[in-house]
Design a protein around this ligand. Sequence first.
Ligand SMILES: Cc1cc2nc3c(=O)[nH]c(=O)nc-3n(C[C@H](O)[C@H](O)[C@H](O)COP(=O)(O)OP(=O)(O)OC[C@H]3O[C@@H](n4cnc5c(N)ncnc54)[C@H](O)[C@@H]3O)c2cc1C
Length: 398
Amino acid sequence: MTAPIVIVGAGLAGLRTAEELRRMGYGGELVLLGDEPRLPYDRPPLSKQFVRGETDDTTLRPSEFYVEKRIDVRLSTEAVGIDTAARRIHLASGTGLDYDQLVIATGLRPRQLPGLPELQGVHILRSHADAVALYADARGAATALVIGAGFIGCELAASFRAIGIDVVVLEPQATPLASVLGEEVGALVARRHRAEGVELRCGIGLDTLHGDTAGRVCGARCSDGTDITADLVVLGIGSTPVTEWLSGSAIALADPASGGGVCADAVGRTNVDGVWVVGDVAAWPDETGAHRRIEHWTNAGEQAKLLACALLGVEPPTAARVPYFWSDQYDVKIQALGIPKPTDDVHIVADDGRKFLAYYSRGGTLTGVVGAGMTGQVMKARAALVAPTSVTELLAPR
Ligand SMILES: Cc1cc2nc3c(=O)[nH]c(=O)nc-3n(C[C@H](O)[C@H](O)[C@H](O)COP(=O)(O)OP(=O)(O)OC[C@H]3O[C@@H](n4cnc5c(N)ncnc54)[C@H](O)[C@@H]3O)c2cc1C
């Protein structure tokens, strides 16, 4: 009997890969392994509706779905090692699992700041369990300190404001989201947070945390020597790919200095026969050919489709891929289409103080469009991102 296709990581990318394999007619055994105790769930609501108390269940598919699709989902099951020659995964339970094809979909884990005192009330946010703990603490909090104004930090600041918590955000860079969208658009995001009452302190990092006699966080010392009072603290300082369990194997990993992850070709095939990678942990080639991970929801589903086609030898979809992500902050959806880079030229084409639209270009060619509260205009730019388009022509009055 042939061994199954095994997917390690029961998150969005793992689930979507299983779904696509079945949709494309794979009838063999399919195992989806996850180390969390829950069925695959959606993470985007965790920093938004979940922390605001508007939902407590973000499960992607009910248990009947897995029965109907014959997906053997095994929860609380951690892969701890791999023998690619024997096509066998080692599990934390001490047992092993043979595979015919293996899909790595182990996602990310949030970075921690080394050297901080261990205190109650200090949070990270990646999993449902993290969100439950954060929600519980946020109920009783009057003040929150968010370290890092990336997407998760910004979304949490907005969610905390929505439930009446005073928020201080520390961001070592000049603006929020500077390393993703650049400082010009970052300044527009900063303006909105300040207008909503967030004390956004840019160019400042965290020195240490203060605790009370019960071992609970009560504040922080900033890198400029000032002190802040806080009932809870969230570290939103980025994440690293979960690849330790592959160490010692021949599977090629990308340089940690450029984001790390598992290297693959443009359909998710790694350098080792029968091993594939998908989602946040996957370093597929970018538009320059360099291996680069993408930490966004839409990407996980798109990669899953391409990978499943390649694994089954099915013709892939022909529609051009235009990368997309979104982030909900206050009453606006920030959306990005294309590949905007912080080093690109930025053209702000609309800005009413709350909503804005920006085109990004490199060497005069449109690379991306970013909008806040501008869904129609962002989506309208899709065609201009599929074929090379001069930004001057696009900006010319009609
Ligand atoms: C709070 C939050 C908000 C977000 N908001 C947005 C948003 O607004 N817009 C957007 O575009 N994207 C957003 N994202 C990103 C999006 O959710 C991710 O891109 C998506 O979850 C990636 O899916 P994945 O399956 O690759 O990784 P994950 O969802 O992390 O799934 C990986 C799974 O593998 C498991 N695993 C890890 N190691 C092992 C092992 N050794 N054995 C077994 N299982 C293992 C993990 O526990 C996890 O369950 C958000 C992410 C977070 C955390």
